[in-house]
Design a protein around this ligand. Structure first.
Ligand code: ADP
Ligand code: MG
Length: 394
């Protein structure tokens, strides 16, 4: 079901409450080390201001203060960066609810207000209805643009929607369109690439996407549990023994339903996972003691062959230990190949997004999901409470 967005409602003269994702990394001096999330929120904020809104009240969490005030998690640096980026004054408040906050908002000359870290109050993560109503009382309409927390029913993502008309901002809308709607009725052939550390993290993604896709390519650490399930020797590569039966079950399910699951046929292996060590390529069985850290050149070719004609590609999970340069080749080559396709290319998962960014290919993909956990739950086919709670399009 599609959701109403900021474009669908009248914002003129309204006081608009916006849940943004300003959960940015900071160094010890509290300098923001990556402001991508703040930049990503600007189109929605600018649109609301340009639509004649009286005020924009911004709110977010930062870090994990666990219901207590922690100086290092105040949103002061975020306010300053927002001011720079928007070229307009931002009034930063010292709390996010209460009479004083209300008064300060009413008396503010500034059009943009930033509330203090929502998670200084334990009621936020408990989705306390009273707290949610106090947040809601600060605005006349609610815009959720924080995809990274959409999988959590918190007061500022779900609770607040019980009190105000609630719509999606541009960031959230894009996630809904690509991870939600596009995958319900994908252009075919639809190829899924899964990798990353563990089978156990991705079981529900496999179960949800295998029936929908035409071909599933598996690489990364999780490939080795599957390879062992097929009787291939895996040396000391990543293995989740307790998931072997499940891997067999999934391979059987694919056979029965005529779905192709492609596993690596060659590997870059090492004796020890360490930067500065060059791996060697082995085909088929992996010798005793060796650890697979990347897919090999024949596997890259095999994967490229399956991706060549695809119309939709979803990729979650790096295909090797890409954090170490010597082992990032498979992930890099597949990212490069995707960037040359005319297909809809959708990247989900925090590490996969980081890998694509490392290779400088971020703007070559159709959509890179901004939420790690949230994008996984979306790919698992789960209903995300922060999205479900928004008003449906008629
Ligand atoms: P995402 O965050 O995109 O969902 P994951 O968290 O599932 O991805 O997986 C990322 C991790 O998987 C990376 O830290 C990477 O080093 C690891 N990984 C990839 N290939 C292997 C491998 N062959 N052996 C062990 N770990 C691997
Ligand atoms: Mg990860």
């Amino acid at each position: 079901m599609s959701k109403l967005t900021v474009r669908d409602i009248d914002l003129k003269d309204k006081q608009v409450l916006v849940r943004a994702d300003f959960n940015v990394p900071q160094d010890e001096q509290l300098n923001i080390t990556d402001d991508a999330r703040i930049r990503a929120s600007l189109p929605t904020i600018r649109y609301i201001l340009d639509s004649g809104a009286r005020r924009v009240i911004l709110m977010s969490h930062l870090g994990r203060p666990k219901g207590k005030i922690m100086e290092e998690y105040r949103l002061n640096s975020v306010a300053r960066r927002l001011e720079q980026l928007l070229g307009q004054p931002v009034k930063k408040l010292k709390d996010c609810v209460g009479q004083k906050v209300k008064q300060e908002i009413d008396n503010a000359k500034e059009k943009i207000i930033l509330l203090e870290n929502l998670r200084f109050h334990p009621e936020e993560e408990k989705n306390d209805p009273k707290f949610a109503s106090m947040i809601a009382s600060l605005g006349e309409v609610f815009v959720n643009d924080a995809f990274g927390t959409a999988h959590r029913a918190h007061a500022s993502t779900e609770g607040v929607t019980h009190f105000l008309q609630s719509v999606a901002g541009f960031l959230l809308d894009k996630e809904i369109r690509y991870l939600g709607e596009a995958l319900k009725d994908p252009q075919r052939p639809f190829v899924v690439i899964l990798g990353g550390g563990k089978v156990s993290d991705k079981i529900n993604v496999i179960k949800n996407l295998l029936p929908q896709c035409d071909c599933l390519l598996i690489g990364g650490g999780m490939a080795y549990t599957f390879l062992l399930a097929r009787g291939v020797k895996i040396g000391n590569s990543k293995l989740e023994k307790e998931k072997l039966d499940l891997a067999k079950e999934i391979l059987n399910m694919a056979l029965k339903t005529g779905k192709e699951i492609i596993l690596p046929v060659d590997h870059v292996v090492v004796d020890k996972i360490e930067a500065g060590i060059a791996g060697i390529v082995v085909e088929g069985d992996i010798p005793d003691g060796k650890i697979a850290v990347d897919i090999g050149p024949r596997t890259i070719e095999l994967f490229e062959g399956k991706l060549k004609g695809a119309k939709t590609v979803v990729w979650n999970g790096p295909l090797g230990i890409f954090e170490i340069d010597a082992f990032d080749n498979g992930t890099r080559r597949i990212a490069q190949f995707l960037s040359g396709l005319t297909a809809v290319t959708i990247i989900g998962g925090g590490d996969t997004a980081a890998a694509v960014a490392k290779f400088g290919l971020g703007d070559k993909m159709t959509h890179i999901s901004t939420g790690g956990g949230a994008s996984l739950e979306f790919l698992e086919g789960k209903v995300l409470p922060g999205i479900a709670a928004l008003a449906d399009k008629q």
